[in-house]
Design a protein around this ligand. Structure first.
Ligand SMILES: [Mn+2]
Length: 253
């Protein structure tokens, strides 16, 4: 745990049920790109919190994206969840790190740029997307710092749709190209980085997305779970309750 302790703005309690899904990569260029997940959101019950652990959208450059029909479908579904008392939490991924709460105005979703910590009985669960833990990929970590700089953020906040859509496409192509040229070991989430995050946040369990492939490992200092990408594997959802954790298929509409 850090000297200051956990930040309450990025901490929730699992008493009433938390559902975590990751890596939906919804396509905003397709006006029906969010329909299936929006329907799934409407079918959720018995939950207090829904957490999207990064890469909700395949690309998000700025608030102009919020006006696309598919984005409106998604934001309206989040607003309906809020009406039913389910808090929606969006942890940034490497594709949608420019999502900010002002773009989501009215739907009540909260944005967590780095992490969300969940207290569940004796366990402290740290939810992070996982791209920051790809610490051997030095070129990516440099790009990550540039893309998250105040200058890029300021541009993204003001960019009209005609400028932000081609930029989103280019960033996505750059990301896919960079990943395909690298050896798996270089671009993967590093266990020692996960362990270090667990220690820093006083977490006994760390949950990631990003790798799109389920795993559940004992790293000594913590248990490390990676979820399947949403809809792409049998272990694409984590449920956290006061009594503990369970991994299984995400609820479908
Ligand atoms: Mn990712």
């Amino acid at each position: 745990m850090s000297a200051r302790g956990p930040d309450p703005a990025h901490e929730i309690e699992a008493l009433d049920g938390v559902l975590v899904v990751a890596d939906l990569h919804l396509d905003l260029a397709d006006e029906h790109g969010c329909d299936a997940f929006a329907r799934s959101c409407d079918s959720l019950s018995g939950l207090a919190h829904l957490v999207v652990l990064g890469d909700l959208f395949d690309a998000w450059v700025g608030p102009a994206h919020a006006r696309l029909p598919a984005a409106r479908t998604m934001l309206q579904a989040f607003a309906r969840l809020a009406d039913r008392g389910v808090a929606v939490h969006l942890v940034h991924g490497n594709r949608d790190f420019l999502l900010d709460e002002s773009s989501l105005a009215g739907c009540g979703a909260r944005v967590h740029p780095d992490h969300l910590r969940v207290r569940a009985g004796d366990a402290a669960v740290l939810l992070v997307h996982g791209d920051r833990e790809c610490t051997r990929d030095h070129a990516y970590q440099r790009l990550r710092r540039v893309l998250r700089s105040p200058l890029v953020r300021a541009f993204a906040r003001r960019a009209p749709l005609w400028a932000s859509l081609p930029l989103a496409r280019r960033l996505r192509r750059a990301s896919i190209g960079a990943v395909s040229r690298k050896a798996p070991q270089e671009k993967s989430i590093q266990p020692e980085a996960v362990r270090a995050r667990a220690v820093r946040h006083g977490a006994t369990i760390v949950v990631c997305g990003h790798a799109h492939e389920w795993r559940d490992l004992d790293l000594g200092a913590c248990r490390w779970i990676v979820l399947d990408a949403w809809g792409a594997g049998p272990r694409d959802a984590l449920r956290i309750d006061a009594g503990g954790l369970s991994v299984g298929p995400a609820p479908r509409a």
